[in-house]
Design a protein around this ligand. Structure first.
Ligand SMILES: CC(C)(COP(=O)(O)OP(=O)(O)OC[C@H]1O[C@@H](n2cnc3c(N)ncnc32)[C@H](O)[C@@H]1OP(=O)(O)O)[C@@H](O)C(=O)NCCC(=O)NCCS
Length: 162
């Protein structure tokens, strides 16, 4: 995964620059984005999360993560996090492929209850609803968008037991 840090950083930076609410504020540099994935790499190596990436003609265009719930009373649960597709590769089914694979990997790891949250009204919210995730509800004013405006968050869950 460490060999892909620049590609992962480029996708995350592109999403933040495009105004997506994925945890970071503008301006957001390539180096900052690289440090984010450097931290994740450690947890991937420790088996605490799975990171998936999608490639088009050799270029990394999308990524998502399965983050295992750390507590002993939730050995069956994981969060889906950091779904991100470069603006140049959107609307071709990359996110759907990534999510389908994330669900398969989660199930294989025994993580059969999945949870995620996303900006209310975003493209991502539509994607998750389309892929069979159940909406729990909306938390108003949950986070800032990259320009500092408050945005609402929608929480979803999905059971992936085979
Ligand atoms: C949300 C996000 C991940 C979706 O990525 P994507 O790869 O464009 O997603 P998909 O291609 O699977 O689906 C997007 C749309 O394209 C459509 N689509 C998929 N394949 C298509 C094709 N071959 N031709 C035409 N349309 C297509 C889908 O039906 C979907 O339609 P909708 O807008 O009506 O929902 C992307 O917009 C993104 O990275 N946003 C910024 C980051 C973000 O918000 N991440 C979520 C954090 S929780």
């Amino acid at each position: 995964m460490r060999a892909q840090l620049d590609g992962l950083a480029a996708v995350l930076r592109d999403c933040v620059e495009g105004g997506a609410g994925v945890g970071y504020m503008r301006p957001f540099t390539h180096e900052q984005a690289r440090r984010v994935y450097d931290t994740y790499a450690e947890e991937v190596e420790q088996g605490r999360r799975i990171l998936l990436a999608a490639f088009s003609a050799g270029t990394l265009v999308g990524t998502v993560q399965v983050v295992f719930a750390p507590h002993p009373n939730q050995p069956h649960r994981a969060d889906i996090a950091r779904m991100a597709v470069h603006r140049s590769a959107r609307r071709q089914g990359v996110a759907q492929l990534l999510m389908e694979r994330a669900e398969t990997e989660a199930r294989a790891a025994g993580r059969t209850l999945l949870v995620l949250d996303t900006v209310t009204g975003s493209d991502a919210e539509r994607l998750y609803a389309r892929l069979g995730w159940t909406r729990v509800g909306v938390i108003p004013g949950y986070a800032l968008d990259p320009d500092g405006r408050l945005s609402d968050t929608t929480v979803f869950w999905k059971a992936v037991a085979g």
